[in-house]
Write a protein that binds this ligand. Structure first.
Ligand SMILES: CC(=O)N[C@H](C=O)[C@@H](O)[C@H](O)[C@H](O)COP(=O)(O)O
Length: 226
């Protein structure tokens, strides 16, 4: 398959998701840009970032393909939940707009296919569909997604939430779709990242285990004192 440049550049590589959550000390564009710059030095081939401020500053500072998303609202569908959020993510500088790619109802009432169609008509953006099952992924490709992620595996009712990545799902989706599959979600070790590639993933997205010191610290603290 001939892929658009920002996607082709991710082949066989590591994308680092640089996110801090509401109320956390690292929740600032400046900090997330520094984290993204550090990921580049370490060998990341792409960055995934959340929120318009983070996306805009990382776009300015880091010369890597940028997957952007905007977490909003308290509905089940919260990753770039509406068309207008998706347009905002593209306008902030993302090469690839990540959005909820499940079959669940979206807050603005548009179908996934309509969302992707209108987004592409207006902006020409590439789309990463964050999915939670094989059926989600098949439907997302049908709806026009340029690539799919296993981002929501274990966060919807379709798959169990494993301690580590859902390697079985990564393999199932990779074998079934004709677009790049980004393995994402609870990849906590280099061995798991390699396992995801061996299962057929096009590239691997790691967040928490690289960019969330509070979680990493808690893993060690628990190991030390139980
Ligand atoms: C489910 C959800 O909201 N996932 C979010 C999607 O952007 C992020 O909170 C995750 O950190 C990201 O997917 C990377 O995964 P992990 O941090 O497990 O490596």
């Amino acid at each position: 398959m001939t892929l658009p440049a920002p996607l082709a550049a991710l082949a066989g590589g590591l994308v680092v998701s640089c996110q801090a959550y509401p109320g956390e000390p690292m929740r600032s564009p400046e900090t997330m840009a520094q984290v993204a710059q550090s990921a580049l030095i370490g060998g990341a081939v792409g960055i995934r970032a959340q929120g318009l401020g983070d996306i805009a500053l990382i776009r300015e500072r880091v010369d890597l393909p940028l997957i952007g998303l905007w977490k909003a609202g308290d509905a089940d569908v919260f990753i770039t939940p509406t068309l207008s959020h998706a347009i905002g993510v593209h306008a902030a500088g993302a090469d690839i707009v990540a959005l909820d790619g499940t079959r669940r109802e979206r807050p603005d009432g548009l179908s996934l296919a309509e969302t992707i169609r209108r987004l592409k008509d207006r902006t020409g953006a590439l789309v990463m569909a964050d999915t939670g099952s094989l059926d989600d992924a098949l439907a997302a490709v049908e709806a026009g997604a340029d690539c799919v992620g296993t981002t929501l595996a274990g966060y919807t009712s379709d798959r169990p939430k494993l301690a580590g990545p859902d390697i079985e799902l990564i393999g199932l989706i990779s074998a079934a779709v004709g677009v790049p599959v980004l393995a994402e979600g609870r990849i906590h070790t280099p061995a798991q990242a390699a396992e995801a590639i061996a299962a057929g993933a096009f590239s691997v997205v790691v967040g928490t285990a690289i960019t969330h010191p509070a979680s990493i610290t808690s893993w060690f603290a628990t190991a030390v004192h139980g």
